[in-house]
Ligand binder design. Structure first.
Ligand code: GLA
Length: 738
């Protein structure tokens, strides 16, 4: 289709294309342009190259309704009879409340992409929509609304909305809290709207990383699924809606506060990207699309650095705020001896920071704690060949800080309320004894940029753990709501620092996993999925974070034997098997480890290094395991030549034995050797209750078809234990009967 541009202003129907049909990697989007309003007819499976005469496929007009068929617009509009959630809400002092957007141009671009422009000259609004279907099938969509009118337009909502296939009958999303992020919940689809709102000013521990609608009972590897994610770290909503005429949609939008976005004449607002995926093979197919998108990025960690994801030691749970150089040096020695490659100094190094009551904002190395600066530690760490990383929380300020004392007006809040201009503003309630720095204020932004820039310039820092530890409550800049602007200012801070220091990796942490989204991940290199290092909790947190985010971007650390956040105790093998399926590290005082435990930890680190290129490039496979006490997941290389699986017991089972557990996702006609990779049966780990099946000791050769169709008898695992299986393609027959 050739670009068709029509001078802005008057909607013109000709020579606009009648149809926009984007197809790529098994995903298709079909938009009928013939009526002058882009009507989204289909999002989902590829419909093939040949389409029927769409003019014959218009919807009937039901009784008691508008006299025209209701269009499901690219932006659903009540002016077209849409009685569901409108795609656009806004007004000019109460006027221009109902737009009637009509096509102006459709431009197909590079790859599988298009820009569609609509306008309503009477309302003074122009809307441009960019759509891309990426390799791997992940669709991206965002709108830009331009105010062409002479006065301000108050925007209340601009949503990205797509149709959901008729087969969908069940919703799945994720929710959580601190130390229990990314837990799934399901509910049946009914008429009405299921809305997940995030009003934290940050993404939120309870945010639904993925909102999916699928065929009832859809699983990890079966069923049709339509799923969306909004790449945004501020307030947001995602929703699934079924309206009275039976149509269902799925979508998301930035949740704007009252008066938060008023477009002055000639200005515009751009939505965050909506990421949407379709799969006819359950959630694993959705992950395939997201992973392909992540990994195709030029700045994807690993691709950018050309290095594998390093083994991390973060000192937080080892020392907390008790920063003493001798201890930290000992930790560096122990870490290096174990094979650690990146050492991260967490909270507590800057001026006045003895606990979490003071210091945020004063981004200078504390002269009392560190009389010689950070250099002695950094020199020791780098002399060991490890990278050095540093914790920062740039968007925050303690009231007890030099910064707050010098610039009390840099603290964000609702501002002068009824007292009138100039009156001191009320501050929001504190949260972890801290407030939010108003980064919309250019001076505050510049101060923070300069401090971080200096720290990075003056030290050999390869990595920042960038934390954000509170909700944005009553967030305001000069008396106006500013979550939107603050989110953009934080993004710009990250973007500018990355430009100035391109070699520095950044982790997004937010009291654990309260800022995991594709907006922040466009400018950071991994997320801290949770402050909970308890392996049992982590099994669920990582599995579900991993539906969207590939494991190389999900920090996963081995904590001490007894978890600091749950007081549960787990053997090293279970903790290691859990951390293995992420960006692996330690968060543990490893100085005191005894000989056997230290040797085993070193061996586990070596095992991770052996498998990390596979773990961080392959396809994630999650079995639909019937026994709720068991979880089986693995990573299979794209050519099907190797895999690493983990079988994990999260509880005691009803069944005496697990029976044959299928290992899906391998090439059916390929023969494989399956071996126990860890722990060894004679390692002293109490991971197996009884005599294991014979193959476990010797390994077995078996076809991918057998592994997926029948599976292997598994040992009776003790609860909260697991085992790792390595699977490698072998030539020749897979033994008798294969
Ligand atoms: C947050 C993070 C932790 C740790 C502390 C430091 O809670 O999630 O990992 O960095 O801050 O104060």
């Amino acid at each position: 289709m050739n670009p068709t541009t029509v001078p802005g202003g008057t909607p013109v129907l000709e020579p606009l294309p009648r149809l926009l049909y984007l197809r790529h990697s098994g995903t298709a989007l079909l938009i009928d342009c013939s009526t002058g309003e882009p009507a989204v007819l289909h999002f989902g499976a590829d419909l093939g190259p040949d389409l029927p005469d769409l003019s014959l496929l218009g919807d009937p007009v039901p009784p008691s309704s508008l006299d025209i068929p209701v269009t499901q617009g690219l932006i659903p509009q009540s002016s077209s009879g849409w009685r569901g959630r409108p795609g656009l809400r806004g007004h000019r002092n109460g006027r221009s409340f109902s737009a009637r957007l009509r096509l102006v141009s459709v431009t197909e671009g590079e790859g599988c992409s298009a820009v569609i422009t609509q306008s309503d000259p009477d309302a003074g609004l122009t809307l441009s929509t960019e759509i891309i279907i990426n390799d791997g099938g992940l669709l991206q969509l965002r709108h830009r609304l331009q105010n062409d009118g002479p006065d301000g337009y108050s925007l209340e909502e601009l949503a990205a909305v797509l149709p959901v296939g008729r087969a969908a009958g069940e919703i799945l999303d994720l929710t959580g809290r601190w130390c229990r992020e990314a837990h799934p919940q399901r509910l049946p689809m009914r008429q009405g709207t299921w809305v997940r709102s995030g009003r934290h000013g940050r993404t939120g521990h309870d945010s639904s990383l993925l909102l999916a609608a699928g065929t009832p009972g859809f699983g990890n590897r079966h069923g049709q699924v339509w799923a969306v994610h909004l790449g945004w770290s501020g307030n947001h909503e995602s929703f699934v809606e079924t309206i009275g005429d039976g149509r269902s949609v799925i979508g998301a939008s930035e949740l704007l506060g009252s008066g938060e976005v008023t477009l002055a004449a000639g200005t515009g607002y751009q939505t965050p990207w909506l990421f949407a995926a379709y799969s006819d093979a359950g959630l694993d197919g959705i992950s395939d699309s997201f992973y392909a998108w992540f990994r195709a990025r030029a700045h994807h960690p690993g691709t950018r650095s050309g290095k594998p994801r390093p083994v991390v030691l973060n000192v937080w749970e080892a020392v907390y705020f008790d920063h003493r150089l001798p201890t930290l040096l000992e930790l560096a020695d122990s870490a290096a001896a174990l094979g650690v490659e990146r050492y991260v100094l967490d909270d507590g190094w800057f001026r006045g920071r003895r606990d979490d009551h003071a210091g945020l904002g004063d981004w200078y190395v504390d002269e009392q704690l560190w009389p010689d600066g950070l250099h002695p530690l950094i020199d020791a760490v780098t002399a060991h060949g490890m990278e050095f990383g540093l914790w920062v929380e740039p968007e925050m300020v303690n009231e007890d800080s030099d910064l707050a004392r010098a610039h009390p007006d840099w603290i964000s809040g609702p501002g002068p309320l009824r007292q009138g201009p100039g009156a001191p503003g009320r501050l929001p309630e504190q949260w972890r004894h801290q407030q939010v720095l108003d980064l919309v204020n250019p001076e505050a932004w510049q101060y923070i940029f300069d401090r971080l820039d200096s720290l990075l310039s003056e030290h050999r820092i390869s990595y920042l753990k960038w934390d954000q530890n509170r909700d944005l409550v009553e967030m305001g800049h000069e008396g106006s709501p500013s979550v939107h602007a603050q989110t953009l200012a934080a993004y710009r801070l990250l973007d500018e620092l990355r430009k100035a220091h391109p070699g520095v990796e950044i982790e997004s942490c937010s009291s654990g996993g309260a800022r995991v989204d594709l907006g922040i991940l466009e400018r950071t290199d991994r997320v801290w999925a949770s402050d909970c290092n308890d392996a049992l909790e982590r099994q669920t947190i990582q599995r579900w974070t991993g539906v969207v985010v590939p494991p190389e971007l999900v920090g996963a650390h081995i904590g001490p034997g007894t978890s600091h956040t749950t007081a549960r105790t787990h053997e090293l093998s279970f903790r290691a098997i859990t951390a293995m399926f992420g960006h692996f590290g330690l968060e543990w005082d490893v100085r005191q480890l005894g000989g056997a435990e230290r040797d085993e930890l070193a061996a586990v680190i070596a095992l991770y290094k052996e498998h990390r290129s596979l773990l961080h490039s392959g396809r994630m496979v999650r079995a639909d395991e019937r026994d709720p006490s068991l979880m089986l997941h693995g990573v299979v290389s794209h050519d099907g030549s190797e895999a690493l699986f983990a079988l994990v017991s999260v509880a005691t089972s009803f069944s005496e034995v697990p029976g044959h557990v299928p290992l899906p996702g391998l090439l059916p006609d390929q023969n494989y050797r399956v071996e126990l990779a860890y722990p060894a049966p004679d390692s002293g780990h109490a991971f197996i209750q009884t005599r294991p099946p014979a193959w476990l000791a010797a390994g077995i050769e078996v076809s991918g078809r057998f592994l997926a169709g029948s599976g292997l008898p598994m040992p009776v695992l003790n609860p909260e234990h697991g085992l790792l299986l390595s699977v490698r393609a072998v030539p020749g027959p897979a033994g008798k009967g294969s």
